[in-house]
Design a protein around this ligand. Structure first.
Ligand SMILES: Nc1ncnc2c1ncn2[C@@H]1O[C@H](COP(=O)(O)OP(=O)(O)OP(=O)(O)O)[C@@H](O)[C@H]1O
Ligand SMILES: [Mg+2]
Length: 252
């Protein structure tokens, strides 16, 4: 099973859009995927039409509740989901005195003997607190979506440093799967320049796939569908299928 944390502490960089649509295009390609919404904002959960009910993942992280109790079907073949809940915002406080709170999720998954998934994808919140640390401790790979805008590059060096510290201290098997340029507008010189800079500065770490700016991706959550089911022929569908293909062609 490949476990990919989708992470960038910068807000609005395309984490949720990537989690939701990569999960769906991997499932479309025949993979069995479990998507976890680890963000108290619950954007991925809303996208798939999950309404808040009970504490779900919060109980898994803070009580003696197995992770299998939090798994829901999506109605899409090959794709299961663990929804978020707003109480997750209080998890930091609830786990303040807990020893090794960053490895709770990893331990909970360890208890599932036969894991029926090819991919575990985790949509992280835009903070590097205990939730993101749980994602980085269970993951083997980190996918970093970045908005193709020069301001977005600034936080990237720091983020890569943080990931390398987590690798040293908590999870030696953690690797950067790739930096994913999102919201790329190929009509503007600025977008193209940022893309060139990304590829020059983070050589070998940037995916070949890019996600273009596409209004259909912004509309899809209102229709409660991933992009490939909302508009199968749009740029967004093409780009996320391409990313799924690239990820499948490069095993962890
Ligand atoms: N390729 C794209 N084309 C058009 N709009 C996009 C694209 N990618 C993301 N967006 C829009 O940008 C906004 C931020 O995207 P998204 O929610 O995926 O970011 P995020 O990193 O998950 O944000 P947060 O840090 O708040 O969790 C959303 O309104 C989304 O619809
Ligand atoms: Mg998000």
């Amino acid at each position: 099973m490949r476990t990919i944390a989708i992470l960038n502490q910068k807000g609005g960089s395309g984490k949720t859009t990537t989690s939701v649509n990569l999960a769906a295009t991997l499932a479309e390609a025949g993979q069995r995927v479990l998507l976890i919404d680890l963000d108290p904002q619950g954007s991925a959960s809303l996208w798939y039409g999950f309404k808040e009910k009970g504490k779900g993942l919060f109980d898994v992280l803070t009580e003696d509740v197995g992770v299998e109790h939090a798994i829901e079907a999506t109605g899409i073949e090959g794709l299961s989901f663990i929804p978020s809940s707003s109480v997750l915002a209080g998890v930091e406080k609830a786990l303040a005195s807990e020893v090794a709170s960053e490895s709770i999720l990893k331990n909970k998954f360890h208890q599932i003997k036969d894991k029926p998934w090819d991919f575990l994808l985790i949509d992280c919140p835009p903070t590097l607190g205990v939730l993101s640390l749980n994602a980085l401790t269970i993951a083997n790979e980190v996918l970093i979506p970045v908005e193709a805008h020069v301001m977005a590059l600034h936080g990237l060096v720091q983020l890569l440093k943080t990931i390398s510290i987590v690798k040293q201290r908590l999870n030696p098997s953690l690797e950067i799967a790739g930096i994913l340029p999102c919201r790329v507008d190929l009509r503007t010189k600025h977008s193209q320049e940022v893309l060139d800079q990304l590829r020059a500065r983070f050589e070998g770490k940037v995916y070949q796939s890019i996600i273009r700016e596409n209004i259909r991706l912004a509309e899809a959550p209102l229709h409660l569908k991933p992009i490939n089911l909302y508009d199968t022929h749009c740029h967004g569908s093409h780009d996320y299928r391409q990313l799924a293909k690239e990820i499948l062609s490069k095993p962890a």
